[in-house]
Design a binder for this molecule. Structure first.
Ligand SMILES: Cc1cc2nc3c(=O)[nH]c(=O)nc-3n(C[C@H](O)[C@H](O)[C@H](O)COP(=O)(O)OP(=O)(O)OC[C@H]3O[C@@H](n4cnc5c(N)ncnc54)[C@H](O)[C@@H]3O)c2cc1C
Length: 484
């Protein structure tokens, strides 16, 4: 099947009928449930872009297997131009969501591409696992499926560990049985962003939550299965899409990507969907050795650039509307957003300029600029939300709703809430967007997401510290110190 349309994506979700629970009840149909349907529709719109005659060439490429056009985020990059094309495609999707849906399907498409390309890594575990991961990647590319993923085990205690990067396994997802048909897994995982909106779920090891070296083999695996596999249950958090208009909740009414805890209740994973099993060391090495984290970093930083651009445009409109552009500290705060944007752009460009073919024959972006960009964004994004607070101040609360514009106080609103540059309605429309970016429940989740979705800042700093080759600089300084 070539790249899907939005209608095909929605039809697939309807048919699949995954077990999704929210607000104390089971969802009958995620495509029509008020808490989820708008997020589904936004994703459907992204799929439709693949068929827009003006965008088709940017959004799709010719499948190496079928000759049909498939989503470009599935491309196995062989050249730097391939990476740039992939970046353009991913930026097109990110722009639609103002960078507010971190887990558009390109995130997992590039991840699975990296793991499939490194098939020989999985073959070290069992030869057939190479075929499994490669067949699976071909399957999702040719069927244009949406994947969610869940990497982290629940932690019962956060008592200091020998190494923060290792998780205890007392409430971990584990293999409880092997049968002729496959492996049976039991336990919880968190989180699965996009889980209720996805066709398939992938489970594989995280780099920053490793298994202890002496962990039992039953905790080490990688696999992917349909979200409607028997025994699989998704428990959603409260929805931030409250059914309000685009005017009132401009972001939450469009971009609810939902986060869910996943319960695996004796779920059978067929052998052909198992990519790794029972080898703690190989499990812990997946991220580093397959470069999956670098390719997902390429998607993430592409999205961060778009998100910074969005915040800059929004901040500047707020300043223009409030007439505060001459105030030095306002200029300083806008300058800070510009710095963030330019640093993200520079890291993205550096990662592409210094890309090189890896041992799997894939053109791999340079790791360090992406890693640094991701670590820095954990601090940048909460600060940018704070800057929006400081720029908006009471305008983020003196904020009537759409209904108020035609309510009993409509005249007062029109008379008093305009500014030198904006009518009352223009001001309210803009500041409702600012509110949904930095104040609402949706906004608060964005800050939490950026802080944690790729692992917390401390674990990521420890990884960067360990990876970075500090010796050349250290040696240089040593020589300088030793000079007579
Ligand atoms: C909105 C959102 C979406 C997410 N989506 C996904 C997803 O789609 N897929 C997925 O797999 N995961 C997802 N996650 C989970 C994410 O991977 C984790 O949040 C992240 O790895 C951090 O783990 P944690 O939340 O358990 O934090 P914690 O481990 O509790 O860390 C919190 C803080 O405590 C510190 N800390 C913890 N333990 C110790 C200790 N023993 N000693 C010293 N300091 C300690 C940490 O350094 C950190 O600063 C998501 C998270 C969020 C918030």
């Amino acid at each position: 099947m070539p790249a899907r349309t939005g209608a095909q994506y929605i039809a697939g979700l309807k048919e699949q009928a995954t077990k999704v629970f929210i607000h104390g009840e089971q969802v009958e149909d995620v495509t029509s449930h008020p808490a989820l349907r708008n997020g589904v529709n936004t994703l459907a719109g992204l799929y439709d872009m693949q068929h827009d005659p003006k965008l088709k060439d940017q959004m799709t490429y010719v499948s190496p297997d079928t000759g049909q056009r498939v989503g470009l985020s599935f491309i196995t990059p062989k050249t730097k131009e391939d990476l740039e094309q992939r970046h353009t495609m991913m930026a097109n999707w990110a722009k639609v969501t103002c960078g507010m849906m971190g887990r558009t399907p390109d995130f997992m498409n590039v991840t699975m591409m990296a793991m499939a390309s490194a098939g020989d890594y999985f073959a070290q575990n069992r030869p057939e696992f190479k075929k499994n991961i490669q067949d699976y990647f071909t399957y999702i590319r040719e069927n244009d499926l949406v994947l969610t993923h869940t990497l982290v085990n629940l932690q019962r205690s956060r008592a200091p560990l020998a190494t923060l990067l290792e998780d205890q396994t007392d409430v971990a997802l584990s293999v409880v049985k092997e049968t002729d048909a496959g492996v049976v897994v039991r336990g919880p995982r968190l989180l699965a962003t996009l889980g209720p909106l996805a066709d398939e779920i992938a489970v594989y090891p995280a780099r920053n939550h490793r298994l202890p070296a002496d962990a039992q083999e039953k905790y080490s695996f990688a696999f992917a299965i349909p979200c409607n596999t028997p025994g699989l249950k998704f428990l959603c958090r409260e929805s931030f899409d409250l059914g309000r208009s685009h005017f009132d909740h401009p972001l939450a009414s469009r971009f609810e990507e939902m986060d869910a805890i996943v319960f695996f209740d004796d779920v059978l994973v067929p052998w052909e969907r198992v990519f790794l099993l029972g080898d703690v060391e190989l499990c812990n090495g997946v991220s580093e050795k397959t470069n999956r984290n670098i390719h997902s970093g390429h998607q993430v930083v592409t999205k961060q650039v778009v998100k910074c651009e969005f915040v800059l445009g929004l901040a500047n409109m707020m300043v223009e509307t409030l007439g505060s552009g001459q105030i030095p500290q306002v200029q300083q705060m806008i300058a800070e957003v510009i710095e963030n944007l330019e640093v993200m752009k520079a890291c993205l460009r550096a990662s592409e300029a210094d890309a090189a073919l890896d041992q799997w024959g894939v053109m791999c972006p340079s790791q360090m600029p992406l890693r640094v960009a991701r670590n820095m964004f954990i601090r940048m994004y909460p600060r940018m939300a704070e800057i929006l607070h400081l720029l908006g101040s009471s305008s983020l609360m003196a904020l009537p709703t759409e209904a108020d514009l035609s309510g009993p106080l409509a005249k007062d609103i029109e008379q008093y809430l305009d500014t030198d540059t904006a009518s009352a309605e223009e001001r309210i429309r803009l500041f409702r967007l600012a509110w949904d970016t930095c104040c609402s429940a949706f906004a608060s989740r964005q800050v939490l997401y950026e802080r944690y979705f790729g692992g917390d800042s401390l674990r990521n700093a420890i990884i960067l510290y360990g990876l970075y080759d500090k010796q050349p600089m250290t040696q240089w300084v040593r020589e300088f110190v030793d000079q007579e």
